[in-house]
Structure formats: C-alpha cells, structure tokens
Design a protein around this ligand. Structure first.
Ligand code: SF4
Length: 297
C-alpha cells in the first residue's frame, strides 16, 4: 500500500537544488571566519546567501544565539541567553565594511530575560551602524517586545529604514508551534505601531506547517488592516529533528497564486517562493515601497 501522506511530505524536486557556493562566496566566508564574525546567512546555511552577498546584502543575528523562547519551527537553541556584547555594533560595522554592504538586515533572538527585551541594544547597534556607514540601508527584523510600544519606540527612534516583524504562521497554529496565543496580538501591535509612526513595515510567513487556505487569507487581511506594506512567503523546512515536521510542500505554482492573492489584499510588495526567507530581496522590496510611496506623496 502506498503511503500518500509520506509521498506528499517527501522533499520535492524543486527544493533539492541549491547550496551556497562560488569563489567570491567562499573568499568572503574565509575573511569573516578569520575575524570570528558570523552572519545568519552562514549559520543557517541559507540557500540564498551567495545571491544576497553578491548584491551587497546580508542578515546579522545579534544578542547571541540562545533564545529565551522555544518555537518549534526554529533551529535557534532555547535556554538562558548570553550577556550582551557591548562591542557588537563596532563588530557589525567592521563586517559591513568588509562586505561592502549596501543593505543590512539586523535581527535577534527574543530576549525576555532583559528588562527592555533588548530594545536598547538594538537601538545602539543601529546608531553605530548609521554613523560608521551612513550610505547603508538598515532593516530591523525585531521580536514582538511583548507588544510594548515604548520598547519599539526605542528602536524606531534610532532611525532604521524598514521595520520588519514576522508573524511566522497563522494564529490557529500558535499553540502547535509553542507560541502563546496572545503573541499574535503582540505581533500585530508591533506592525500597527510601526505604521502609526510612519515606518515602512514588513512581515513574513512560512507555509507548510498545516495552515489552511482560509487561515492564510485571514492572516493577509489582518496584516493589511494594520497597514503592513511588504510580505514574504516561504516554504517551512524542518531545520532539525526536534522541530516540527513539514506538513506539506507547496509547489512553485501555489507560491505564485499566494503572491497574487497577497497583492490582491493590497500589499505593495510580495516575495513568495519555496526558497524565500524574510530577508530575501530585501533591498528590492524596500525600493518598491519607496517608489510607491513617493508616487502617493
Ligand atoms: S523564532 Fe524567534 S522567538 Fe522563536 S525560538 Fe526562534 S529566535 Fe526565538
């Protein structure tokens, strides 16, 4: 008897292709490693790393690699996070210069252990980067800060170009992925408050965890109701044995249909595809929204 469920969950052809590579990629990787510097592009073995690096973009994970939460789709180690590194902003500036970056995405683990949840550290890093490399655009991909406006304000006051916060999946699956049900409202509040303060806002969702089509439809609607400008949609891939298994692989055609649906909801820019991650084509999405907003003004 054929196990059709297992067939559907077997990794399809279009996901079996890419590993980062190329001489330029490895040369830069060596330079960074010699200095003890890491990007999330390398740490997560992102399949888009060489494409992003070749277009002078990279994503940095700050505030350590141990998270105070334990989402069941995420490869980051849960536990007691490390003390903050006061030199982190300087090190990132050095790395950004080494990589000649034009666009940097700064993200972090969730730091529920800190009184300000790491918002002050985020702000210091943004300020240092802007001072050291004023020509570089900065996108922050922040945790939910438990929905506290004043913590997000500290980050926004430092002046990033884009505020990103990922809702990750539909709210009906929050318990399954080990997120508090209230975390969805906190996430929406981050996006809503960012927009109230005039920021370009962006969110990301993974598909393949067991969400329904209606659930995605409602999610797009909720995000647009908070004025979210940009959206990324990518395939969930189980990062390790302790994480949730993939429920379903979406075909490239289904990703195209999700993109069309999201654009129909009014997002200004949408990246949707099997390999799309929240920072994929980040600068292009930023430029799309900038052009659209300048036409309106
Ligand atoms: S998704 Fe974010 S909050 Fe959840 S475990 Fe990973 S780093 Fe932590």
């Amino acid at each position: 008897m054929t196990d059709t469920g297992a067939m559907q969950r077997r990794k399809p052809e279009w996901l079996r292709t890419r590993l980062p590579g190329g001489d330029a990629y490895f040369a830069l990787k060596n330079k960074l490693e010699k200095r003890g510097l890491h990007t999330i592009c390398q740490s997560a073995r992102c399949p888009n790393a060489h494409e992003c690096w070749n277009s002078d973009q990279a994503t940095f994970l700050v505030m350590g690699d141990i998270c105070s939460r334990d989402c069941r789709f995420c490869a980051v180690r849960p536990g007691r996070p490390l003390p903050l590194d006061p030199e982190e902003g300087r090190k990132l500036s050095e790395m950004a210069a080494l990589m000649s970056l034009r666009y940097a995405v700064i993200t972090s683990v969730t730091r529920d252990d800190l009184p300000d949840k790491g918002s002050g550290h985020f702000a210091r890093i943004i300020r240092e980067l802007k001072l050291a490399r004023p020509q570089m655009r900065i996108e922050v991909l922040v945790p939910d800060f438990s929905g506290r406006d004043e913590l997000l304000d500290a980050v926004l006051d430092a002046g990033p170009d884009v505020l990103a916060h990922n809702v990750e999946t539909v709210p009906a699956l929050y318990a399954k992925v080990n997120r508090r049900p209230a975390a969805f409202a906190d996430s929406l509040r981050v996006l809503e408050h960012g927009k109230e303060r005039g920021w370009v806002t962006k969110s990301g969702v993974m598909v393949g965890l067991g969400e329904s089509a209606d659930g995605l439809h409602d999610l797009f609607r909720e995000l647009r109701a908070r004025g979210t400008d940009l959206l990324t949609i990518g395939q969930y891939l189980q990062p390790d044995a302790r994480s949730l298994p993939v429920e379903r692989y979406y075909s490239p055609g289904e990703f195209a249909a999700l993109k069309a649906e999201a654009l129909g909801h009014g997002f200004i820019g949408v990246e949707s595809g099997p390999f799309v991650r929240s920072s994929y084509h980040a600068e292009e999405l930023f430029l799309q929204v900038s052009r659209a907003l300048s036409r309106i003004q």
